[in-house]
Design a protein around this ligand. Sequence first.
Ligand code: HPA
Ligand SMILES: [Zn+2]
Length: 339
Amino acid sequence: MNNISIEKFIEEIPKAELHLHIEGTFEPELLFEIAKRNNKKIKYSTIADLKNAYRFNNLQEFLDIYYAGANVLIEEKDFYDLTWAYLIKIHTQNVVHTEIFFDPQTHTDRGIPFNTVIKGIYRALEDGKNKLGITYKLILSFLRHLDEASAFNTLKEALPYKKWISGVGLDSSEVGNPPSKFERVFAKAKEEGFLTVAHAGEEGPAEYIWEALDILKVTRIDHGNRCLEDDKLVQHLAKLKIPLTLCPLSNLELKVVSDLKDHPIIKMMDKGLLVTVNSDDPAYFGGYMNENYLGITKALDLSKKQITELVKNSFKASWLTSKEKEEKILQVEEYFKKN
Ligand code: HPA
Ligand SMILES: [Zn+2]
């Protein structure tokens, strides 16, 4: 038993990330660099000014800045550089597996071809696998504030790249855009062999989580915080072991919780829910995986055992094969025993 500090324990434990928007990893420094080489104007004259704008009262205030930032991404190399920077960063945090979202409509609606976006991201992910040993799954996320026809069109554009994309998801402005709006798109995506997830119950009601499960037939819920308002739903999620990909720092920054001390992650674990820790949009919310783990550990006084359970959950909830999951979980358990 090495008895290392809790900070070091979090840093070194091998972990998986399951809720991450690649556009949300756009650090201000890289954003300025790419804007400059593409001759794109940004509203802020300095990095400090831009960072200063990262104060949000809700999801929409964040999304407005997030989409504005993504506007400077034009060339395949931009998408490569964005993804590569994320991979280098998580490599330093001992993230060994990541399942990332990309939002094609954010780019195709500006006239950037689908293939430019996906090729840049895919090439970086492959380099990450080969050079850094980080395994991955790619998830195409539909923007729920746009209509069904736009989602269908995006799905059609994705079909030639089916081999590169493991699943589809649903993100953007939640309230007023229920999962049921995309029933037919998700049915078609499933028919094409994609796995499915959806953001639900971040700002939207518990009813949206039911819809994501019953109508979209998703196997994992992104966020899902508001399930706690419905006991029947909590029991259902626990019984079927439907994972929730929680994002503590995101919840704090978007005022889903007012203090990390109020974060429901442990309460959820105690209710038997399969909860995981993720970073969502780390460049905007002040931290990657380790900062998220550290944030809740400090606020909720988590033990190494509890952290280990959360990390094991992240592999259980992943789309790795059963054999890959077993291997990773064994490694995590051995790490726990040693430290
Ligand atoms: O947390 C989120 N919620 C909804 N849409 C998003 N797009 C990026 N991050 C998010
Ligand atoms: Zn998200």
